[in-house]
Design a binder for this molecule. Sequence first.
Ligand code: SF4
Ligand code: SF4
Length: 492
Amino acid sequence: LRGEFIEVMYGSYLYNLMKSLKKTFDPQAVFNKGKIVDTPLMNTYLRYEVGIESPDYKTYFDFSAQGGWLRAIEQCNGSGDCRKGIVFGGTMCPSFRATGEEKDVTRGRANILRELLTRPRSKKVFNQKEILEALDLCLSCKACKSECPSNVDMSRYKAEFLQHHFDSVLFPPFRTVMVANMAAVERFGSFFPKLYNFFATNHFTSSLIKEIVGFTQKRELPRIMENSVEKYIKQSKMPGKGKKVYLFLDEFTKYNDGATGIAFVKLMIALGYDVVVPEHFESGRAALSKGMIKCAREFARKNVGLLKDIVSSDAPLVGIEPSAILSFRDEYPDLVGEDLKVEALALAKNTFLYDEFIMREVDAGRISSESFTDKSLNIKLHGHCHQKAIVTTEFSRKMLSLPVNYKVEVLSTGCCGMAGSFGYEKEHYDLSMRIGEQSLFPAVRSAGDDVVIAAPGFSCRQQIKDGTGKIALHPVEILLRALKSWNIYCKN
Ligand code: SF4
Ligand code: SF4
């Protein structure tokens, strides 16, 4: 960039020597053409031309803090930190780490979006296949949101683009609609769980369903759990000491993993809290991950409307599935619209992931190590990508260290590769497993049989099972089993 000043700095004599040296060893200027000698003026290749206006797209997310969607995309300064390899730790960018292609890294995606949204090559701006291809392998892990020095939030830009794309076609793809509405399908299935599970597990019917939807045959479809968290709460006697927790019963815990939800309820009751599941809708996470923002916005608006007047600092909203509960903090305030933004921000302040809440209570002196065993246990913790990007795994590490002799190692394992439905999609399955194989699977396989693997993400636990055959536990299950009172009343 500053090559034009080399002659000024070194003088013509030295500069001409450099030129003749270059000509002698590289007469065709094959290597680094125009880098040191014969460089173009620094304003030769500017991104913007004078007098050309950038389009101003109307967006679903509120990008006003960044000056608009295009300005947000332009936050990428090209530093290339997103091209760092696994040895440097962190998560960004899992798709690039697997393919090594510039188009599959945050910077490549930002450049393609910026260029083709500023100077579209087609009248159908949101149908440009170069953009769709570049976004295809983005796992929406949000690692770039926290690890990129400019906080480029590709997950959000991808969702924004896809919704505009769906607006410009007759119908979104069938699989997209199915995944975005998975909770509705499972709600229906929960009325006939045995029948639903028969179709989901029978070799012939499940193969047919996977084929029709476009899922890989190499994974099992999630089953509907018959142990309902709500039913358990109804049967339970709450301590009634005035310490209330509103549990956000996300769609994964509600339909697929009731056991983990019940473990959280048991833990809270044992620690003296009343657990209430308030009326609410699903989080909209699945819709967001597929770019169905309009659908997700409806859920966000309904949830903010239902919860804004009951959730407070004394009675916070707590969730155990990171991707679902953290939507309240990350996406909702910029999604609900101006009329609910203040309420969404206030709600976000009193919304916590399970580990943040428990450590907040520890700091307030309401929970202590006294309640837990002094037996030893080694735990390896794989953090959820959204947890790492929006909160930190530090709260989970501290929470699992409440039993004084528990040793917790936070694994440097990046993204698991599942990312909701991504790892189920047949064209993405191989990449999903390759990402898991980069660091997570070897770390889990090398753990001894006496080591417990902890993973708060439902998808991460599924990926660990599919990739290594090992069972990972949600941290709240581990903490529940560490209660001194576990033997007395927690086994039922
Ligand atoms: S996306 Fe972020 S990390 Fe990657 S090049 Fe741009 S600014 Fe740097
Ligand atoms: S969201 Fe994840 S996969 Fe997508 S660009 Fe960012 S780091 Fe890469």
